[in-house]
Write a protein that binds this ligand. Structure first.
Ligand SMILES: Nc1nc2c(ncn2[C@@H]2O[C@H](COP(=O)(O)OP(=O)(O)OP(=O)(O)O)[C@@H](O)[C@H]2O)c(=O)[nH]1
Ligand SMILES: [Mg+2]
Length: 301
């Protein structure tokens, strides 16, 4: 099924109207499982701590014990991440900035989760009962690294992962030793993404399929940011000249296409291939670390 994509709101603003049916189903299934869960690990993307907040979780998760996990820090700007960490320290919410692939700060997760259960578990122990298995639900936007985190914590390939959003289709309980179980869940977005910039950031970082917004708009938006924030990386990686960076993003894309030999039969420029190359290189971290949300933007956790 090809989703209906961008709804024209006015000449400057578009509204992303896309909510695949399976997400609604998955959201209902999370609600059912929540009763059995001790702690929720709500995953967000460290590059977009604001734009990866799914406000639907507020109502869905209610008063459940929650840890915010900001993943993919190895792809985020170090200094911006440091400022984000500081800002969360003042908010009194348990949180961790981690990287599931590089395994950074993952060792802090289980002690933090167990710590949150101490009061309840002490009550069990006082009555001479062994505390039950710690059950944790992992949720978040698509492609944020839920299954990768579970694999890292369990030390095996217990869950399927992949570079495109929507890899996990069903919930799955995964055991970690004898006393912890993690529930992997499908990625969840909210029904309407009203702010176009948020949609672009979610798509660039991988939560929304490229086909929803289109690689043309995405790559132009990305090159526009790269030329401002990481001009040296952009220039070096694609062997551009400093003068090339003064061009419009569309023209920089054409330069990249030339350098990469993206030429169709007949000699015309293969724009679509060049767009895919830039998006892929960025997502693999080849163009450097980049954060899209800044702590001084207005936001709600
Ligand atoms: N650099 C980096 N890449 C990561 C990290 N975590 C996950 N990835 C990559 O991001 C992509 C998505 O990872 P998944 O674990 O499948 O994400 P998910 O949240 O389970 O995705 P869905 O099941 O589709 O919702 C994969 O290509 C992973 O290799 C991370 O911490 N750092
Ligand atoms: Mg998954």
């Amino acid at each position: 099924m090809r989703p209906s994509i961008l709804q024209e709101k006015n000449s400057n603003q578009q509204e992303i109207n896309w909510y695949p049916g399976h997400m609604l189903k998955a959201k209902k299934e999370v609600a059912v499982q929540l009763k059995r869960v001790d702690v929720v690990l709500e995953m967000r993307d460290a590059r977009i701590p604001i734009s990866s907040v799914n406000q639907d979780f507020e109502e869905l998760l209610g008063n459940k014990k929650r840890i915010l996990i900001f993943n993919k820090t190895s792809l985020a700007d170090k200094e911006v991440t440091r400022i984000w960490e500081e800002s969360y320290l003042t908010q009194g919410i348990p949180f961790l900035f981690v990287d599931a692939i590089k395994k950074s700060h993952l060792q802090e997760l289980l002690p933090l989760s167990r710590n949150m259960m101490q009061k309840k578990w002490s009550a069990f122990r006082r009555r001479g009962i062994r505390p039950p298995t710690l059950k944790m639900l992992v949720c978040g936007i698509p492609n944020v690294g839920k299954s990768s985190l579970i694999n890292r914590l369990s030390g095996r390939k217990a869950a399927v992962t992949g570079p495109t959003p929507g890899i996990t289709k069903h919930q799955d309980w995964i055991k970690l030793g004898n006393d912890v179980e993690l529930l992997d869940t499908p990625g969840l977005l909210w029904p309407k993404i009203k702010d176009q910039e948020t949609g672009l950031k979610l798509a660039i970082t991988g939560a929304i399929k490229d086909s929803v917004i289109g690689t043309s708009q995405l790559s132009i938006y990305l090159i526009g940011i790269l030329k401002r924030k990481l001009p040296d990386k952009l220039e070096k990686y694609y062997k551009l000249t400093p003068g090339d960076l003064d061009l419009f993003p569309e023209d920089i894309l054409q330069k990249i296409a030339e350098k990469r030999g993206c030429i169709k039969r007949g000699g015309t420029f293969d724009k679509t291939r060049a767009e895919s190359i830039v998006l892929r290189d960025f997502r693999q971290g080849k163009l450097g670390r980049l954060s899209f949300d800044y702590p001084n933007d207005s936001y709600e956790v």
